[in-house]
Design a protein around this ligand. Structure first.
Ligand code: HEM
Ligand code: HEM
Length: 178
């Protein structure tokens, strides 16, 4: 095996898979609710569900960043080609930027509506800004564009993981498995 025994910390692995599942759910929910017509009774429910899960994901990412700062990932082996190590670092960095940026921009957009966020139906985070369609649409289109970047990155990331697992068989997948 080209890779050493070193793998991610157990808690980093837990965070990776919990975040991955939530992000896939958010993307599915986001795409689904986008097509619910205005005035439809389901619209508010799905929008609030997406916003609540998105805010939770944002908080989870803060924990993840703090944890990663305290527990840096295992070093990539010297046998890995430099271009691969470089691309892995760049793509992980871009994933982090999207995973932090999406909730911040989504939350910011909700501050310029009259709805705010009703967190899982438990309590309301009232909007801090005015009901301003210009600012909201600008932030919403940033949210939309960043979601496309995120979907491409996640697709490439999963293909890369499968390539390491099925073609290179170099044990890289084991670094992120419990
Ligand atoms: C929405 C889905 C996903 C997201 C957002 C995501 C995100 C990330 C991020 C940010 C890292 C870097 C971790 C760090 O160094 O702190 C990472 C690593 C990793 N991910 Fe994912 N991931 C997703 C799904 C998957 C899936 C489905 C697989 C497997 C098929 C996978 C396999 C891996 C592996 C093996 C690593 C470790 C790479 C290494 O050893 O450096 N990920 N992922
Ligand atoms: C990592 C976190 C998030 C991901 C991956 C995500 C993903 C998405 C996706 C894929 C869409 C559909 C794209 C579009 O049609 O614009 C969407 C739409 C939306 N998101 Fe998020 N989102 C996240 C966080 C949030 C948060 C925290 C909020 C608000 C508190 C939010 C509010 C919205 C709203 C209101 C829409 C609907 C826009 C429309 O159809 O008019 N999102 N999101």
């Amino acid at each position: 095996m080209i890779f050493g025994q070193e793998r991610y910390h157990k808690f980093s692995i837990l965070l990776h898979w919990v975040v991955a599942l939530i992000v896939l759910a958010l993307i599915a929910l986001g795409l689904y609710m986008h097509d619910i017509p205005k005035g439809h009774p389901d619209r508010a429910f799905f929008f609030n569900l997406h916003k609540s899960i998105g805010v939770t994901l944002g908080m989870l990412m803060l924990v993840r960043l703090w944890w990663r700062y305290k527990n840096p990932p295992p070093a990539l082996p010297l046998s890995m080609p430099r271009w691969q190590a470089f691309l892995s670092k760049v793509s992980h960095g871009l994933l982090y930027i999207c995973l932090i940026g999406m909730p911040i921009i989504g939350f910011a957009a909700s501050q310029f509506t009259k709805y705010g966020v009703t967190y899982f139906g438990l309590f309301k985070i009232p909007p801090m800004g005015p009901n301003d369609p210009v600012i909201r649409d600008c932030l919403q289109s940033m949210h939309h564009n960043l979601s496309i970047v995120l979907m491409v990155l996640v697709g490439v990331h999963i293909l890369a993981a499968l390539y390491h697992w099925l073609v290179l068989r170099d044990g890289v997948i084991k670094r992120m498995l419990p």
